[in-house]
Design a binder for this molecule. Structure first.
Ligand code: PRP
Length: 190
């Protein structure tokens, strides 16, 4: 599904000065979570699922997705990773800051992310979880920015494809701020 610019439908937040036009509304995100949650439910019918949220950006999207997965054996876990490198771009070296609490041997893992950009983080995590003998590893991302890709990585479940722009909200930050916005917005450049 491609991104579309929508008018702000609800005014739940002040007009933060660095936050620009709304790109994706909360309503659109919730609707997409329902669709993707139903697909994940179907794929893992009768099986276990470990949903692994990648802190911190995945939090709001994960909260939506888990409520839409109809599976009695779903459990949640979290990882936190950081990329070495200068500036805003990944260097290719990923470091685990917080590892899984659960053993995933023989289990189905669904990684939840806010965005796939270069693909470096997810490529690393996919390999790491496969090495730990997960039965299946799927990637479910709210946003996919294919123009940023540096490695060959495709997410299995994508909420919205986004263009090469600096965006914030719904978990995505600028200098750790704006994660709490209940929509995806452009960041003002000035
Ligand atoms: C973001 C995002 C992914 C990664 C994607 O995390 O949540 O983990 O970058 O980028 P890539 O595809 O280029 O590897 P970030 O390091 O900003 O941490 P955060 O979730 O705490 O914001």
């Amino acid at each position: 599904m491609k991104w579309t610019i929508k008018e702000r439908t609800t005014k739940k937040m002040s007009e933060f000065k660095a936050v620009g036009e709304v790109m994706i509304t909360e309503e659109q995100i919730r609707a997409r979570a329902k669709e993707i949650g139903a697909q994940i439910t179907e794929e893992f019918k009768g099986e276990d699922i470990i949903v692994v949220g990648i802190l911190k950006g995945a939090l709001p999207w994960m909260a939506d997705i888990i409520k839409c997965i109809d599976n009695e054996n779903l459990i949640m876990d979290f990882m936190m990773v950081s990329s070495y490198g200068s500036g805003t771009k990944s260097s290719g070296q990923v470091r685990i800051v917080k590892d899984l609490d659960f053993v995933i041997d023989g289990k189905n893992v669904v990684i939840i992310e806010d965005i796939v950009d270069s693909g470096i983080t997810l490529n690393y995590l996919k390999g790491y979880l496969a090495q730990r003998n997960a039965k299946a590893v799927r990637i479910c991302t709210l946003l996919d920015k294919p123009t940023g890709r540096k490695v060959d990585l495709e997410a299995d479940y994508v909420g919205f494809e986004v263009p090469d722009a600096f965006i914030v909200g719904y978990g995505l930050d600028f200098d750790q701020r704006y994660r709490q916005l209940p929509y995806i917005s452009f960041l003002k450049q000035d």
